[in-house]
Structure formats: C-alpha cells, structure tokens
Design a binder for this molecule. Sequence first.
Ligand SMILES: [Zn+2]
Length: 262
Amino acid sequence: MLEHPAYGSLRPVTPFASVLLENNPSAMTLDGTNTWVLRAPDSESCVIVDPGHHEIEHLERVAGCGPAEVVLLTHHHPDHVEGAPWLAGRLGVSVRAFDPVLCLDAVSLEDGELLQLGGLRLRVRHTPGHTGDSVCLETEHDGVRAVLTGDTVLGRGTTVIAHPDGALGDYLRSLRLLVEVPAGTVGLPGHGPELADLAETARYYLEHREQRLDQVRAALRELGDEATPRQVVEHVYADVDPSLWGPAEWSVRAQLDYLRQS
Ligand SMILES: [Zn+2]
C-alpha cells in the first residue's frame, strides 16, 4: 500500500494531478477527503475537484493552489461538496456538478461532455450507483491516463451504495464501464490512495459485488424471503466491524431491491 503524506501538503500523483488530503478521517472517509488539483505542466491555472468538508484551514490551502478555472464535484455527499460555495467565492469561479442543485453560476455536467480546463481535456462519465449523480472524469496527458473516480471506486476497501439514491443495477453498469478503461489507467479516488490500474480494481469490485449478491441470496434462503435488511446485514457482514453495519445496511437494501426486481 502506498504511503500517505501528512495532512496539509500538496502531493503530486501524476504530472498533472496533485492531491490535498483533508484532515477529516472517519470510517466513511477513510484517511480523509482527497481534494484533487488538476493542471497540465504548462498551464497557469488549475481545476479543483471535490473541495471537501467546510473546514477553512483545508480550503485556504486549496485556494492557495490557484488561480483556478472552476470547481468540479464528483457527487453530492457533504464530505466532497460542503466547502464548494466558500471556495468558489474565494477563487471567484463557478461550481459544476451533475446535479444542477450543486452548480453555482454554471450549468450542470453532462454525460460524455468534453471539458477543456487547466490545459487538460477532461471527459465526463456519468457513473451512478454510489449515488445517482456520481460522475468520473477521464483524462490523458503526455501518455499518462487517469480517471478521477469520486466514491465510485475508492483507494482502499469497497464503496457503499447510498440506497435509495444509489442503485446496484446502475452501479454494476458503471463498474463495467470502468473495467473497459485501458490497462495502466491510474485511478484517482475520492478517498484512499491512488490506484495503479483502475480496470483491475473495478474488476475486483465487480467480483466482490457478485460474491455479496450470492451471500445475500444464500441468507434469504436461510432467513426466508421476508428477512429485514438488518437481519441480512448481521448474517452476511458477520465478519465486518459492527460500526460499519449502518452503511452496510444501505448496500443490503440496494441488493435486496436489485434481487427482488430481477
Ligand atoms: Zn460519497
């Protein structure tokens, strides 16, 4: 596993992407929120992705990476977006996201849209599943390919499906899209360390989901089709820290929805 820097220092990950780790660690945010600063080596201005929680010390550091052209958001969870209005005001830029509600002085992002920002070409991919509004941002510069994945694929462990906003059928489709990125494409996640090969991790995520689905099917055979999500969680996630049973219940609700619809 890759080493993590101390909080508060900008760490280059590719020639065009650096990360500022917010000091907001938790079971859900892992080491904290990754705020990404994208800038081609010959560009004067940057793009900020996911400012994080509204924590001024972190946001001031992010602002110090400017000048910026825009703030982009991968999805609506507060640990990604809460600081966006303050940061956008500070930098004098707009905010763009898939959900129009999150946008400030700009239109929403569209699936397939090509953005020319920070000297880079960024392709927007709508990848619902973790949430309905989740997007990934694909880019390539000087032969280095990278995808910012938000919480669709994390740097460690697996992500949750925030039922009912997120949906498992959508999520499996989004993972299949990410499995198709060229080998060696770097994954730049919303939490946790970067991924050397995003497609490989996406493949692992798919396998993990299939396994969990099989476990839920087996649990339903034992507990009966009317089992509650909580009962299924305690059965399937017996090997997982009980503090994660709350989030796991979202995933199980999504799994039950998926299985009961198909
Ligand atoms: Zn999230």
